[in-house]
Ligand binder design. Structure first.
Ligand code: SIN
Length: 266
């Protein structure tokens, strides 16, 4: 079967068929994947059933896997985090977010493999380039040059981390430019994460940040993935936000995640 790339919505995500990710990718296949990834932000590969070693080998084609502090890694695979045992009251990922925006250089790509899938437990992604491009020229002019402060307060509280151990908020451009595609993307987040605009009070910042957050996550800007065991989904953490829906009670849900080193947003 030859490589086929099919958009999944009018905004976000594409399905890739005709590839076995456990086998080495040739240069032509990788180039086609990279082009699709830059165009759609999220790539979905069904029926892959990757081992942690194969997931890491695939991830290394795209960049440098990183060890994520605070999250539990698999024995023998420090760069593979297992997402499991996440009760709803501690579901840090049940909100629209970028991964680790409060760090100096947030990861550029994340890759998930589904091992155990409940009924439900979908993940959604939003296209932050389209979110920017759909703004009026007046709004684009108004937000050009603004910076937003991201805090780890919410994730720290959900994970029971002493607030004194949480690093101070980190400011990044509210409109960042993708280093490969050159497209601009809105860099926003949950109100407890994207806390304020630099140089402004929270009260002054909230209306604009709340508008941009709600604008980004409208249904016409979202792909919702219904997981099957064996799926691999990779996303561009420079131009998409995601949201893990927790509607599965105590049923088991197990995904392995590899995250790749990113650049300082500019
Ligand atoms: C994540 O936010 O990295 C995990 C997403 C998920 O559990 O679906």
């Amino acid at each position: 079967m030859s490589l086929a790339i099919t958009p999944l919505t009018g905004s976000t995500g594409a399905a890739v068929d005709g590839l076995e990710l456990a086998r080495p990718l040739d240069a032509a296949a990788f180039a086609a994947l990279e082009q699709a990834f830059l165009a759609h932000g999220v790539l979905v590969f069904r029926d892959q059933h990757l081992t942690p070693a194969a997931q890491l080998a695939f991830a290394r084609r795209w960049g440098e896997p990183v060890v994520t502090p605070m999250l539990k890694a698999l024995d023998g695979y420090p760069e593979v985090v297992q997402i499991a045992d996440m009760p709803k009251e501690r579901a840090t990922t049940e909100n629209w977010h970028y991964d680790a925006p409060f760090t100096a250089a947030p990861p550029k790509i994340s890759i998930l493999c589904a091992l155990t899938v409940p009924r439900g437990g979908d993940t959604m992604w939003s296209n932050q380039c389209l979110a920017y491009e759909r703004l009026s020229d007046g709004m684009k002019r108004m937000i050009a040059g603004l910076r937003v402060e991201f805090a780890g307060t919410r994730i720290g509280r959900y994970m029971g981390i002493d607030p004194r151990d949480i690093p101070p908020p980190r400011a990044h451009p509210l409109v960042r430019t993708h280093p490969q595609s050159g497209r601009k993307a809105l860099f926003v987040g949950h109100p407890e994460t994207a806390v304020r605009l630099e140089g402004m009070t929270e009260a002054e910042s909230r209306p604009l940040l709340d508008f941009l957050y709600a604008h980004s996550t409208q249904p016409d800007n979202v792909y919702r993935h219904m997981w099957r065991v064996g799926d691999v989904v990779m996303w561009d953490n420079r131009c998409t936000m995601h949201y893990a829906v927790h509607d599965y009670g105590n049923a088991p849900r197990v995904l392995n995640r590899v995250t790749l080193k990113g650049e300082v947003p500019a």
